[in-house]
Design a protein around this ligand. Sequence first.
Ligand code: PXP
Length: 237
Amino acid sequence: MPELGVNIDHVATIRQARKIDYPDPVEAALICQDSGADSIVCHLREDRRHIQDEDLYRMRKKIGVKLNLEMAMSEEIIKIALDVAPDQITLVPERRMELTTEGGLDVATHIRRVEKIARRMVRAGIRVSLFVDPRKSQVKASRDAGVFTIELHTGCYANAKNKKSSKREYDAIKQCADYAEKNGLRVFAGHGLNYSNVKPLTKIRVIEEYNIGHSIVARSIFTGLGKAVREMKALIR
Ligand code: PXP
């Protein structure tokens, strides 16, 4: 059975819009956990646009399921990761001006650096996953870097504008997933997945885990907005 990792970054995005103390992403993570999330995912960005260091430390204390920290290959964040000791880190590329992670990590180019960081994490008992585009060269480089897990970037599949490109992106994910599995890697997938595009991917049996954030937080507005309004109306009356 594939597992679900819920990324709660965008709960913190709403909090940071006002720079106050709610909504609390840790409280959100606990709700996700109670509702069946197999892991909690968050991204401590160098610009701290959503998750803050303190969130991560509290998350580590309170969350019982796997904590998966997405992070760039930055020495500052590496030190924090080693101190917090999440169950897993996922190395992602990071660019200041991007709205969200825009592509996979170029492991093939940065293989030695990736290898070094992975070794430091593994020595501290932290599992390592690499977020890569569905390309065989990146899968092969990930294996050569000595990691055991990759997360295939599903953004191009999710953003495909028509059936033809959606099929092309789907096929790339399937081929890379099978290739990775044959090469002894565990395969996760994520980015841009939502309530209408995730199902076809579940036919790719080797994908063990889906990491999904924005669509779940977005949907919670509509599944919870009515109750929120009723509660406020009751208060003012
Ligand atoms: N996986 C990785 C590696 C990511 O960087 C992100 C976005 O932070 C996700 C999954 C979740 O993407 P989305 O918010 O589009 O579901």
